[in-house]
Design a protein around this ligand. Structure first.
Ligand SMILES: NC(=O)C1=CN([C@@H]2O[C@H](COP(=O)(O)OP(=O)(O)OC[C@H]3O[C@@H](n4cnc5c(N)ncnc54)[C@H](O)[C@@H]3O)[C@@H](O)[C@H]2O)C=CC1
Ligand SMILES: O=C([O-])CC(=O)C(=O)O
Length: 325
């Protein structure tokens, strides 16, 4: 058996983690040959609830689960980790936008960035799920001064997966027939679900669907507002689908995306005119434990306008938290 991977998960008592932890323990991130140790973080008042979740993890008898620690101390949670899922933070409720969580959650990521810096392996892979995910990831990276910024990412994969299903239904194909699709920008209603390069079974998706009005007037807003629709229907924000997206993001980063594009929020290097340091969703291809931006795409006037809008929002969010960077 290989060495166990140490995985920190924050917000362990919450609803996303109630799905996420069981998937990780089942081997869905590192594969069925790699044992895992979970290092669970939550607030002091949530420790008892985390203990309950751990009892349930034990009761699953997962062969790959070699150990679990529970703590309310970020430094303990992030010590020697290979991967970190940063979920812990307040979710929005009806009537709120994700950016309304900025002041409630930003401070969490400053504190945790410092702890990540202290204790994590330098090649640890980090995904931020807690909203507003892009800007929280930027705060986390900025406060982990000696930790590689490229190893801190934000989750756009739920938006990506949501769009794939809508496209697949419209085109009458399976979701895995669709390739080269990307969600650009912020995990917010300004996100840009871009089908310009996408294919279905190798044929251009815009031609296969042949309905640009549907794409602009139905697909884009449906994906952008899906989180709100779930909150209205369920009375709570997406949980199992968010956990699934976090698993997809990390699994592909670790094991590769088989040449296909996936959407990841990463720190901008200035490509596509996205200001450097902004944590924006872009197309990447994952292989050998790392990701590469897809470069050189031509954006038409509509795409450029959509990208500019979502990037402008990210820049505004960055200004709002400048004191924490
Ligand atoms: N990026 C994305 O696509 C998605 C992001 N989210 C976000 O994920 C976050 C978590 O959502 P849920 O699990 O539904 O929320 P929840 O309220 O069920 O759980 C959050 C957990 O985080 C804990 N927590 C709060 N502050 C903490 C801190 N400083 N350190 C450690 N733990 C802390 C809470 O005690 C609670 O157990 C929310 O911000 C939500 O908006 C949700 C769905 C999709
Ligand atoms: O909408 C929310 O607040 C939760 C979330 O990020 C999503 O479901 O995409």
């Amino acid at each position: 058996m290989t060495q166990p991977k140490r995985i920190a998960v924050t917000g362990a008592a919450g609803q996303i983690c109630y799905s996420l932890l069981f998937r990780i323990a089942n081997g869905d991130v590192y594969g069925k040959d790699t044992p895992v140790v979970l290092q669970l973080l939550d607030l002091p008042q949530a420790q008892k609830a985390v203990q309950g979740v751990v009892m349930e993890l034990e009761d699953c008898a997962f062969p790959l689960l070699q150990g679990v620690t529970i703590t309310d101390d970020p430094a303990t949670a992030f010590r020697d980790i290979d991967a970190g899922f940063f979920v812990g933070s307040r979710p929005r409720t009806q009537g709120m936008e994700r950016r309304d969580l900025l002041s409630a959650n930003a401070e969490i990521f400053r504190t945790q960035g410092r702890a990540l810096n202290e204790g994590a392996k330098r090649d640890a892979k980090v995904i931020v799920v807690g909203n507003p995910a892009n800007t929280n990831a930027m705060i986390l990276a900025a406060n982990a001064k000696d930790f590689p910024t490229e190893n801190v990412t934000a989750m756009l994969r739920l938006d990506h997966n949501r769009a794939l299903t809508q496209f697949a239904k419209k085109a009458g194909v399976s979701v895995d027939a669709i390739e080269k699709f990307v969600v650009w920008g912020n995990h917010s209603p300004t996100m840009f679900a871009d089908w310009a390069n996408a294919t279905a079974d190798g044929k251009p998706l815009p031609q296969v669907i042949g309905d640009e009005a549907w794409y602009k007037d139905t697909l884009i807003p449906t994906v952008a507002k899906r989180g709100t629709a779930i909150i209205e229907a369920r009375g709570a924000s997406s949980a199992a689908s968010a956990a699934n997206a976090a698993i997809d993001h990390m699994r592909d980063w670790i094991s590769g995306s088989n040449g296909d594009w996936v959407s990841m929020g990463i720190s901008s290097d200035g490509s596509y005119g996205i200001p450097e340091g902004v944590m924006a969703g872009v197309p990447v291809i994952c292989s050998n434990g790392s990701y590469e931006r897809v470069q050189g795409l031509k954006l038409d006037a509509f795409a450029q306008q959509m990208l500019d809008r979502t990037v402008a929002e990210l820049v505004e969010e960055r200004e709002a938290v400048s004191a924490l960077l």
